[in-house]
Design a binder for this molecule. Structure first.
Ligand code: ATP
Length: 357
């Protein structure tokens, strides 16, 4: 992977009337990278992607693709390909006609079109289906045609807008791998919008978490998981979501006391400001059962749910916590669960600003 930026967004602003949808967004995407834009509904991720495609005009900042400034350049001259959740296939055209539509507009020769179609159909595994109409295809096949239509143009970047939302869970997991493998094979640069953090984490090299029109944090999937910069990112990345409890750093600065009956101070992996009020973040998968005599947390069990491979335990009391136990568990509602956590797994956030401390 070369470090040359394929996409550069510098100070991007977007207003819809008086509504400020994108606020000073800076993002550099190297050639060959797979970037996911993720965040809750309304955070601005689709607006950012559509601005990159030229489907929305921006109200401030500079947008570059392969070094060229794109502000004001119409969509078809940007040399990027969008793949939508709705597939956006032409229903009255066969797979082959859908694939070659953009080439016909460019008046590419018949032989060249045939060669390109065969190559792309092979790449996406649709060689046998070229004469079918979209209504005669499954959801996954339609999504592949939509991909093929993007690939055939050899764009400078692929822009995906929630492309898998219409597929069932099993197919979604399969298509995730297929899209990522295709990206690697083509040496493509991809920007992928999703509200599904698992999709973002599993597919992308670089994840951009957005909130209210700003980039809250960006980094590799594991950087975001291991070192969330804010309470928002901590709660958004990871499944089940991180538990949060109010607490106070001990007088020694080496432990944190939770504001929760049935708990004792939890040792910290590093020094913190003695006496400071904090929000403590504990991931469900980092809470581990231990000897009750040594447990910093002893909590009443409210619900036990097993998927076979994992057991989810929800505690009751002043703060509901989720604990993930690998494998089976003999616990039942009404039991007590004794838990500990490794000192370097304890996350601390400022109660006011939500920033990691
Ligand atoms: P979702 O996951 O629901 O699609 P999103 O993060 O992609 O959400 P956007 O579609 O980018 O969000 O919208 C960002 C904000 O801008 C939202 O608050 C939305 O209501 C607003 N918005 C989007 N398009 C317009 C428009 N044409 N006019 C006014 N406001 C808009």
């Amino acid at each position: 992977m070369s470090a040359q930026p394929q996409i550069e967004l510098i100070g991007i602003d977007k207003h819809y009337g008086s509504f400020h949808a994108l606020k000073n967004i800076d993002l550099t995407i190297p050639k060959g990278q797979f970037v996911a834009l993720v965040g809750p509904s309304g955070c601005g991720k689709s607006t950012l992607l559509r601005s990159l495609a030229g489907l929305e005009s921006i109200t401030g900042g500079t947008m570059k693709i392969a070094g060229d400034v794109m502000n004001g350049v119409p969509p078809r001259k940007r040399d990027v390909a969008m793949v939508f959740q709705s597939y956006a296939l032409y229903p009255h055209m066969t797979v082959e006609q859908n694939l070659t539509y953009s080439l016909r507009l460019k008046r590419v020769s018949r032989e060249e079109m045939k060669r390109a179609t065969e190559e792309v159909a092979k790449t996406i595994g649709l060689s046998q289906l070229l004469h079918r109409y979209p209504r005669e295809l499954s959801g996954g096949q339609r999504q592949r045609v939509a991909m093929g239509r993007a690939i055939i143009r050899h764009p400078k970047a692929f822009l995906f807008d929630e492309p898998l939302s219409n597929l069932d869970a099993a197919l979604r997991v399969h298509m995730r791998k297929e899209i990522r493998a295709l990206h690697d094979r083509l040496g493509a640069t991809s920007v992928y919008v999703t509200h599904d953090q698992i999709e973002a984490m599993t597919m992308a090299d670089h994840v951009v978490v957005m909130r209210d029109g700003v980039i809250e944090q960006q980094g590799s999937p594991l950087e975001l998981y291991d070192s969330p910069a804010t309470r928002f990112v901590a709660g958004f990345i990871g499944s089940p979501a991180m538990n949060f409890v109010n607490g106070r750093i001990g007088a020694d600065g080496q432990s944190v006391a939770l504001d929760l009956p049935g708990t004792r101070p939890i040792p910290l992996g590093r020094a913190a400001e003695a006496g400071r009020k904090v929000l403590v973040g504990l991931r469900p998968e980092h809470l581990v059962a231990c000897n009750p005599l040594e447990a910093p947390l002893t909590l009443p069990v409210a619900v036990v749910e097993s998927t076979g491979s994992l057991t989810y335990v929800t505690t009751s009391g002043a703060a509901e916590m989720t604990v993930v136990v690998t494998g089976r568990s003999d616990l039942r509602a009404g039991d007590q669960i004794a838990l500990t956590i490794a000192p370097d797994r304890v996350h601390l956030f400022d109660g006011e600003t939500g920033r990691a401390v």
